[in-house]
Design a binder for this molecule. Sequence first.
Ligand SMILES: Cc1cc2nc3c(=O)[nH]c(=O)nc-3n(C[C@H](O)[C@H](O)[C@H](O)COP(=O)(O)O)c2cc1C
Length: 167
Amino acid sequence: MEYLDLIKQRHSVRAYKSDPVEQEKIDKILEAARLAPTAANRQAFKVFVIHTAGREQELKKIYSRDWFVKAPVIIGICSIPDKAWVRRDGKNYCDIDAAIVMDHIILAATDLGLGTCWIGAFDPDAAKKVLNLDKGIEPVAFTPLGYPEPHNFNKIRKNLDELVEVK
Ligand SMILES: Cc1cc2nc3c(=O)[nH]c(=O)nc-3n(C[C@H](O)[C@H](O)[C@H](O)COP(=O)(O)O)c2cc1C
């Protein structure tokens, strides 16, 4: 897909079919994650691929919406703050790195005809428990991954002149 068309096509999908996602597509999406840039190339992140079948109730502890677990796959991005680049003033870039990785995943998924939805409002303690995360690994974001139910979408955005200032 042409890049701007891809950006226009990506939107939050909150209704999924339970049809499986082909492993070939998951592999392409993970390659997009692997190639994401990170500060100082630290690559201080971990991607979790979670198959939802039979685990719906457990996974709803992370984020309780039915559509979150209706998708056949959930992808979770975690950061490893101790391994991430830290700016001289102390700012740790781990969340920024993780967000770039997730955006690569989400755009790659869109290009493959799959739906996604950024999930930031998850329960971090539940996520740590369900994923059995080691200390020092922080969940940053999740997305369901699956074929969308037919739906319409609308991009509600500010005008460029509210967002951009040329100096
Ligand atoms: C960092 C981040 C966290 C988000 N968390 C949630 C969430 O927890 N639940 C949800 O339904 N949507 C969530 N969203 C989706 C936004 O609401 C959505 O991207 C925004 O309204 C724009 O709509 P669009 O994605 O369809 O373009 C999140 C988006 C971002 C970027």
